[in-house]
Ligand binder design. Structure first.
Ligand code: G6P
Length: 367
């Protein structure tokens, strides 16, 4: 069936506005709201017996996987290896039998990811795929599929599938942590509650649209943009830079905030805006001092944060977009939304073909 734009100018705009609904629908499949517990589908293996996990994907799905690694290591204390699918295959890492091979793909057809799936299966990994298209080649070749209930995604640049992937990975993290004896009922309830609050918080992000537009006017003038984030916000920065490159053709690079001083700081002057994602939390102060270093070199700071982090950032940044403060666990899901909106707003100013950027395909079925 063909999908309309429902009055939006582009599919990307429509799909951005679907974030709240998509997060809610995806969580609904994996959470029992009455007990506030994660309910995983039947798996043909024991989560508690997994010695380690290997995550692989391409594009935005890979960045979702990086956040997944951060969570799984942090909360479930399970070692996770991760690489883009096109590298993972040829790296051929030594994998113990019975590990978890975790694949992430919107389409379920990406050739590199599919090849990695087959390679992992061949060396005895349990294959779990996080997929949006549940009738896909990867779905048929997996031991279990965790569905992202994002609906059809038409825009070549992925948006809503990303937050849906994160919603699934968050639930998987909770299930793994519980299976490994690291999550008591109270902790699970707190984490699930934070997840279930996301759809309404995500709706509030759109109230910041004017500030994001103001930020977009600065980014649209730039030739190069540096994106920064620390911890789970580093993949959010990578996702923001990818989105900007894909649909505006502006060169963008994302760096782990602490690594900036080891290279890209030499690029910073008033012509290279620095877009940073810095919500409140344990990494706030360290990231703030990285931003002060950029500021001292004349960098224009455009910052995404939350209500709690905003006051201190307003002292140094030219633009501050403050979205609701949420539990540190779910912050990367919420912080992704304004970063994607920024790329969309810049594309509007540039007049590019937002839904069909040059040289890109929605699903890449060649290696
Ligand atoms: C293409 C798309 C990206 C997407 C990537 C992975 O490059 O342009 O938006 O992230 O493929 O696609 P998948 O369907 O595997 O998630």
């Amino acid at each position: 069936a063909s999908v309309g734009k429902d009055g939006y100018r582009h599919y990307m705009e429509k799909e951005l506005h679907e974030h709240p609904v998509v997060i809610g629908q995806t969580l609904q499949r994996l959470i029992d709201p009455a007990t506030r517990r994660v309910v995983m589908p039947e798996l043909p293996f024991d989560l508690a017996a997994i010695p380690r996990a290997v995550v692989t994907a391409c594009g935005s799905a890979f960045y979702a996987g990086m956040i997944g690694r951060y969570w799984i290591e942090q909360y479930a204390r399970l070692p996770v290896d991760i690489d883009v699918a096109s590298e993972m295959r040829y790296r051929n890492p030594p994998l113990a039998q019975g590990g978890l091979g975790l694949l992430i793909s919107q389409s379920g057809e990406t050739a590199d990811t599919l090849a990695a799936l087959r390679g992992m299966r061949a060396v005895g990994q349990h294959i779990v795929s996080v997929l949006n298209v549940e009738q896909s080649t990867m779905a048929r070749e997996s031991d279990a599929v965790l569905g992202t209930v994002a609906g059809p995604e038409i825009s070549v640049a992925s948006t809503k599938a990303f937050t849906a992937q994160l919603s699934v990975l968050a639930c998987l993290t909770i299930a793994l942590a519980r299976a490994r004896g690291l999550m008591d009922g109270a902790m699970e309830e707190a984490m699930v509650t934070a997840l279930l609050d996301l759809p309404s918080k995500a709706t509030e992000v759109f109230e910041r649209h004017d500030e994001i537009r103001r930020m977009a006017t600065i980014v649209a003038e730039a030739r190069d943009v540096l994106y920064l984030g620390r911890g789970a916000m580093f993949p959010v920065a990578l996702e923001g830079a990818l989105k900007l490159k894909e649909i505006t053709y502006i060169h963008a690079e994302a760096y782990a905030a602490g690594e900036m001083k080891h290279g890209p700081i030499s690029l910073i002057d008033s012509s290279v805006p620095v877009v940073a994602t810095v919500p409140s939390g344990p990494l706030f102060d360290k990231t703030l001092s990285n931003l002060q270093e950029a500021r001292a070199r004349g960098g224009r700071l455009l910052v995404f944060t939350d209500m709690e982090g905003a006051p201190r950032l307003r002292e140094i940044a030219e633009c501050v977009v403050a979205i609701p403060t949420v539990d540190e666990f779910v912050a990367p899901i919420l912080q992704t939304i304004p970063v994607q909106i920024l790329a969309y707003e810049v594309a509007l100013l540039k007049g590019t073909d937002v839904d069909q950027p040059r040289n890109l395909a929605k699903s890449v079925t060649v290696e």
